[in-house]
Ligand binder design. Structure first.
Ligand SMILES: Cc1ncc(COP(=O)(O)O)c(C=O)c1O
Length: 393
């Protein structure tokens, strides 16, 4: 891929006179195509939560993507693309009776699960459905771990799928998620080890799943670390481990095994960027005597950068090229102290940054629109536009 600032994104950011998020739809489509090339034969189901915009979903559906939906609301969004409902699965292990019944009414065939309680509810409200059981992972190595709330042990997974079979459901598969923005190949190796182990345990009990869903976790390439250096996730090596892992699972399966994945961040993060502006650069003495500079931006945790306590974005100050830069803690505009990067590693910002100066926040395309509050502190949600200039939200 071309990195976090493609020429169309750069042009759109440079042309923007007001704050907003710009997406490069062609970049997202190209990223999808590249993923399909890297992992041929894999059924890619975009995680709607990461960028639930009609235009993005439709562009991906047109390329052949299916969808991972986390609620009936997301199922409805996915259906608006015209994708056949069999290409949508309910990927959230957490759902109420009415959520299950609504998904069933809409025709969704597959449900994620991780407990016998949920299986009983699916049997009651979506009889005859297919279920896949999510295995727990540690989330280690990921910048945004997804552990404990979801997934169960291998032993439990066997019990859960046996309960599904006994309840008249089809025990159709296994899934997991190695944690979002997973930075290691080791996490993927462990994932395939536990998938292989549980598949074999299932086979011994006469359950032969027809698919495995590898979840999300594929990284974006444009974030920086706390010192401002480009993160370098070993993407090529991750793909090698995944290709080998898929082969291993297929080899040990007595029947054909389909592989799915439900990436979110990897497909959209580097193809969206925020045009924000400087609210104020200040210098203050703290009660412990430390002098600190703080750079307050017009966007932060509550309007576009929800993940700012775990992730760092590259900031570009287009009106201050090559000028003097100084360290500052970067924060959003609200009256909430959570609305800031952790202060331990300040960011280099222009010494002369003035209120109103444009700031570009790169690789902000994932989870930005979906995690945006509805006007916390009176800061309105950022509108979004397309790098090719079509349409405005
Ligand atoms: C079930 C499920 N699948 C897929 C994803 C997408 O993960 P990522 O953005 O790391 O690709 C998530 C993210 O929370 C998830 O919960």
């Amino acid at each position: 891929m071309s990195g976090p600032l493609s020429p169309p994104l750069r042009a759109a950011l440079a042309a923007a006179a007001e704050d907003g998020i710009v997406f490069d739809l062609d970049g997202i489509a190209a990223q999808y195509d590249e993923l399909v090339r890297e992992l041929p034969g894999l059924d890619v189901r975009f995680a709607v939560k990461s960028c639930p915009l009609d235009e993005v979903l439709t562009r991906l559906a047109d390329r052949g993507a299916g969808f991972d939906a986390a609620s009936p609301g997301e199922i409805a969004l996915a259906l608006r693309t015209g994708v056949p409902v069999r290409r949508i699965h309910y990927g959230n292990t957490v759902k109420s009776d009415t959520d299950i019944a609504e998904a069933h009414r809409l025709g969704v065939p597959d449900f994620a699960t991780d407990s016998v309680e949920d299986v009983a509810a699916i049997a009651a409200h979506a009889p005859g459905s297919r279920v896949f059981c999510r295995l727990a992972t540690s989330g280690e190595g990921a910048l945004w771990g997804l552990s404990r709330k979801f997934g169960c042990s291998g032993d439990d997974a066997v019990r859960v799928l046996e309960a599904a079979r006994a309840a008249g459901l089809t025990p159709a598969g296994l899934s997991l998620h190695v944690g979002s923005q997973q930075m290691t190949t080791e996490a993927w190796r462990q994932a395939f080890d536990s998938l292989a182990e549980v598949l074999e345990a299932l086979h011994r009990r006469g359950i032969v799943p027809d698919h495995v869903n590898l979840g999300g976790g594929l990284p974006a390439l444009g974030y920086v670390d706390r010192r401002g250096r480009r993160l370098e996730p070993p993407l090529d090596k991750i793909f090698v481990v995944i290709r080998e892992g898929i082969e291993r699972l297929r080899d040990l399966s007595p029947a054909p095994l389909d592989l799915r994945m439900e990436p979110g961040r990897h497909l959209v993060a580097d193809h969206g960027a925020i045009r924000a502006h400087v609210s104020r650069l200040t210098e203050r003495r703290q009660p412990d005597g430390a002098r600190e500079r703080w750079l307050y931006l017009s966007c932060g945790k509550f309007n576009g950068l929800y993940e700012m306590d775990e992730l760092r974005y590259r900031l570009v100050f287009p009106t201050h090229p090559g000028k003097e830069y100084v360290p500052a803690v970067v924060a959003g505009p609200t009256c909430d102290s959570d609305d800031a990067y952790p202060p331990d590693h300040p960011v280099r910002v222009p010494r002369a940054a003035a209120s109103g100066d444009p700031v570009w926040v790169l690789s902000a395309g994932a989870y930005a629109t979906s995690y945006m509050t509805q006007g916390f502190n009176g800061f309105r949600p950022l509108p979004y536009t397309w790098a090719d200039g079509h349409g405005r939200s």
